[in-house]
Ligand binder design. Structure first.
Ligand SMILES: *Cc1c(COP(=O)(O)O)cnc(C)c1O
Length: 358
């Protein structure tokens, strides 16, 4: 090759997002997937449903039946326009592209979902991360002053937040939406496990976009995310989403899934119950600090995050070691809530490491 490298030099220097390779027989508690599979009869019914799907035809994501099913199931306001994404990841990317003028900035609390920063970098935008407080609550004064200083074109707020689990106070998020000069994306990937939502405001506030996904409620493999906002704003977003971004099988499987809300809702309540049971159980270990969570995971601070990670790994349980990813996440780990039996396995390893609970 000649001296001119055709690849963008910033991309040359990036590292690819490493999806963890999970050895056979491991319990995967690292990525907030649901532990609940369909029972046999539902698998059969899904198979029969998918067999009818016309895969020789292109999908039409903007008129497909799933949109109406989502509206009905989640009571999306009639004023709102909805667009589907290949996972909410794709919508995060396209929302960033939408504002990618030279010099534009993207702002979010930190630590938060890494893809906000990664996508800002893809489009050559400056990313401003505003540190949370030590207890992972939002520092509203710092946020408002950063919004004032940087005039971000795009603000991302994960509500509840990943990787810390807590939900920011609603009034703080409202204050940011009111103060922001640009678009505010409230990312409700964990909305199903939360006690509050902005979905009911979608379409009613000009600069608000609410993101949701089916990934954390049992269907991570389908890659179905959706964005709701005013027809004006979502109309602009639709211009830059590929016309065939979704696939027929996923659309059909998602529509099937939402026909069985009792399966989804029972699993959500079980996981919420287990989340609280785990938190209470962990209070028996003074070495473990837990943080309030409204998601399907717990973030903990322990004396040695790597030691806990390694000990769980030795028991074939994979979690996420957050240590080193942000200064506020010193010695923190993130553990996805599983079935009661799986959570018990985690607790017994914690007991092994940090002494028997009284
Ligand atoms: C998991 C997650 C997503 C990604 O969801 P997909 O729909 O699977 O792409 C988006 N935002 C946050 C905060 C998440 O934790």
């Amino acid at each position: 090759m000649s001296t001119a490298d055709p690849i963008r030099s910033d991309i040359r220097h990036m590292k690819a997002y490493a999806v963890t390779d999970v050895p056979a027989g491991f319990l995967k508690l690292d990525a907030m997937e649901s532990p609940y599979d369909y029972p046999e009869d539902m698998r059969k019914a899904l198979g029969e449903h998918l067999a009818q799907v016309p895969i020789r035809l292109y999908p039409n994501p903007s008129t497909c039946g799933l949109l109406q099913v989502l509206r009905d199931t989640y009571q999306i306001p009639a004023e709102a326009e909805v667009v589907l994404g290949n996972g909410s990841d794709e919508l995060i990317e396209r929302l960033t592209m939408l504002v990618s003028k030279p010099g534009a900035k993207v702002l979010a609390p930190a630590p938060s979902f890494v893809m906000y920063r990664v996508n800002a970098e893809f489009f050559g935008l400056e990313f401003v991360g505003v540190p949370l407080r030590e207890d992972f609550t939002m520092d509203l004064d710092a946020m408002l002053s950063a919004v004032q200083t940087h005039q971000p074109a795009l603000v991302f707020i994960a509500y509840p937040n990943n990787p810390t689990g807590g939900r920011f106070a609603r009034e703080k998020v409202e204050a940011i939406i009111a103060a922001a000069p640009g678009i505010v994306v409230v990312d409700e990937a964990y909305g199903a496990f939360s006690s509050d939502s902005f979905l009911g405001d979608a379409g009613k506030i000009p600069n608000l976009v609410v993101l949701r996904t089916l990934s954390k409620i049992g269907f991570a493999g389908l890659r179905i995310g959706y964005a709701s906002g005013t027809p004006e704003l979502i109309g602009e977003l639709k211009k830059i989403i590929p016309p065939y971004n979704m696939n027929q099988l996923s659309l059909a499987a998602a529509e099937f899934a939402l026909q069985y809300p009792q399966f989804i809702n029972e699993n959500i309540s079980k996981l919420k119950g287990e989340r609280e049971r785990m938190r209470t159980a962990l209070h028996a270990y003074p070495a473990v600090r837990d943080f309030a969570s409204e998601a399907n995971f717990l973030t903990l601070r322990v004396p040695d995050a790597k030691a806990l990670f390694d000990r769980l790994y030795a028991h074939k349980i994979l979690i996420k070691n957050l240590h080193g990813t942000h200064p506020l996440l010193d010695q923190c780990v993130r553990i996805t809530i599983g079935t009661p039996e799986q959570n018990q396995q985690v607790l017994s390893v914690v007991a092994e490491l940090y002494g028997k609970a009284e």
